[in-house]
Design a protein around this ligand. Structure first.
Ligand SMILES: CC(C)(COP(=O)(O)OP(=O)(O)OC[C@H]1O[C@@H](n2cnc3c(N)ncnc32)[C@H](O)[C@@H]1OP(=O)(O)O)[C@@H](O)C(=O)NCCC(=O)NCCS
Length: 168
């Protein structure tokens, strides 16, 4: 079952978000230590501010999350940013990630013209997932992340949801 998360889901969201940041530091721009220091209200506010979708097994078990951030600024709000894509290891390889991404993109199509994201070039599973959904690479940033003393490049991908003629 995939649905949009509500502020009442903040504790479950915090749990899965911190797990992802802890286990996969190179996959996210955010750091576990920074977000671990945040109170529950901060996670509730993120859910309220940016559309976050969750995939559940059963009624309660949150197995995966992904969000869409839409800028407030008039000149940039036609493009959303996919962020925080994470599926727990036990649910990987099941098609859940693609279903979750599809749900976020369905929502995105109703609010933006294009979706961007940032991914590590070493993250083959994520890249395949995004390519299969139609995303293409448009740039590479050297040394985008610094984790300890190690630098990591980022790839930037985008997916056009509407043709130029459709959007004004
Ligand atoms: C990225 C993530 C959400 C993908 O979910 P998943 O369940 O692992 O995805 P899937 O098993 O459906 O795999 C997606 C594709 O990658 C391929 N793939 C999976 N693992 C792979 C690997 N190690 N190397 C190469 N390809 C791989 C799959 O075969 C599939 O390709 P296909 O559609 O051509 O068959 C999940 O791995 C995850 O949460 N990773 C940690 C956090 C993360 O990296 N988030 C993304 C931040 S940008």
């Amino acid at each position: 079952m995939i649905r949009r998360l509500h502020p009442a889901d903040a504790a479950a969201f915090r749990d899965i978000r911190l797990e992802g940041l802890r286990l996969h530091p190179a996959a996210f721009g955010a750091s576990h230590d920074d977000e671990n220091a945040q109170p529950l209200d901060w996670f509730a506010a993120r859910i309220a501010d940016h559309a976050v979708f969750g995939a559940f097994s059963g009624a309660e078990n949150l197995e995966g999350v992904a969000g869409l951030m839409v800028p407030a600024a008039r000149k940039t709000r036609h493009k959303g940013v996919l962020w925080g894509m994470y599926v727990r290891e036990s649910a990987r390889g099941s098609g859940l990630a693609a279903a979750l991404l599809g749900r976020v993109l369905e929502h995105a199509a109703s609010v933006v013209e294009e979706v961007k994201l940032e991914v590590s070039p070493d993250n083959r599973a994520a890249m395949r997932l995004y390519e299969a959904a139609g995303f293409g690479v448009y740039a590479r940033e050297p040394r985008a992340l610094k984790i300890g003393d190690a630098y990591h490049d980022s790839l930037f991908m985008t997916l056009r949801l509407t043709r130029p003629d459709d959007a004004h």
